[in-house]
Write a protein of this length. Structure first.
Length: 363
């Protein structure tokens, strides 16, 4: 190979790397500005919701490339999951006896939510039946899109409806909970400490990383977030380590998670978004009201906090809802388990529920 060709190839890779670094830096800077603003305003789940809103606002209708690389997302989620595991306490184990009863309510709430939201999209906004149903399935975005891609649906509409629902939930639920059932809020975590000192810190990092890798490798629900959380919970439950990651680490994790969600809207034309906001908001309101109703029943029946049950039944993504729960100081083990069960149940039930497609009528 000619020497100048080699230099050109190296220079091209360097230029590509620098361009990618600028894109990531721009995305995170925008997310940090939004998170800092929300935090200054005293908003709940500030770094998650603020970063999401700011990055989405910068992405919609523009050609500005905004994205977060997959490896950075995985590292951030692993660190957040590692800290979540420190919140698994003996009280969590005691409450587990109520989980089967709550799962029954979860199953009924999912069926009611999907049926009502799909009927709303089909009857009010005249979406075709299959597109409406796939758009109404709560959470599990990647799985839903994979199934929808094999069906006769309006795939861009499904993807946008699912993304908008997650966006609305992350912004709205902390605010609503603050008004009707104020959560305790996340307690500032302590720096990791253990009888073994540096060895305990290393053990926690290695175990959490291994758990994250296994969940990612075998494509298990919750991916790296829940894998790291379960490994960390095991170490904390056995008393091998104590404490959690320092607050700046968690802030960075929330910032990256919010930026990842916001970047989903990159390149979406503003006109398309405006047409989709009305149906998305309406279906989310229906889903939230129904989930709140089942959460109220569960709180009376099981004697558990309304906010914990409401987020457990919320039609949002597994990772996003678990992070929101952690930021609000709620029971992440309980909420995470419910979203895992919902994820698995949807994967089994959704293909069996697909109706015949009928001709769409534009709203």
């Amino acid at each position: 190979m000619p020497r100048d060709g080699g230099r050109a190839g190296t220079g091209g890779r360097l230029a590509t790397g620098l361009t990618e670094a600028r894109v990531v830096a721009t995305t995170l800077a925008l997310g940090a500005a939004g998170g800092a603003l929300f935090d200054w305003m005293g908003m709940p789940a500030a770094w998650l919701a603020g970063a999401m809103v700011a990055v989405a606002a910068g992405a919609i209708g523009t050609r500005v490339p905004l994205r977060v690389p997959e490896w950075m997302r995985e590292v951030a989620y692993t660190l957040v999951g590692m800290s979540m595991g420190a919140g698994i306490t003996p009280d969590t184990l005691r409450v587990m006896r109520t989980w089967p009863l709550s799962m029954i309510l979860l199953a009924v709430s999912i069926a009611a939510t999907v049926a009502a939201s799909a009927m709303y999209l089909e009857r009010v906004h005249r979406w075709d039946r299959v597109t409406a149903r796939y758009s109404a399935i709560p959470g599990a975005l990647a799985g839903v899109l994979a199934m929808a891609a094999k069906a006769d649906v309006d795939l861009p509409r499904v993807a946008l409806a699912q993304s908008l629902r997650l966006f609305i939930l992350v912004v709205a639920m902390p605010w609503i909970l603050r008004l009707i059932a104020p959560p305790p809020g996340m307690v500032a975590p302590a720096v990791v400490a253990s009888p073994e000192g540096a060895f305990g810190v290393l053990l926690l990092l290695v175990a959490s990383g291994a758990g994250a890798w296994l969940f990612h490798r075998f494509r298990l629900p919750g991916d790296v977030l829940l894998g790291a959380m379960l490994a960390s919970a095991l170490l904390h439950a056995t008393g091998l380590v104590h404490g959690a990651a320092p607050t700046p680490v968690l802030t960075a994790g929330f910032l990256i998670a919010g930026s990842v969600i916001g970047a989903r809207f990159r390149g979406v034309p503003a006109a398309v978004l405006r047409r989709s906001v009305g149906p998305a908001v309406g279906s989310v309101v229906i889903a939230l009201v129904l989930a709140a109703g089942f959460a109220w029943v569960g709180s009376r029946w099981l004697g558990m906090p309304f906010g914990t049950l409401w987020i457990a039944y919320a039609p949002g993504g597994l990772e996003a809802m678990t992070i929101v729960a952690y930021a609000l100081g709620l029971d992440v083990a309980f909420i995470g388990a419910h979203h895992v069960v919902r994820f698995l149940g949807i994967g089994v039930a959704a293909p069996l529920w697909e109706p015949k497609k009928r001709a769409p009528v534009e709203s």
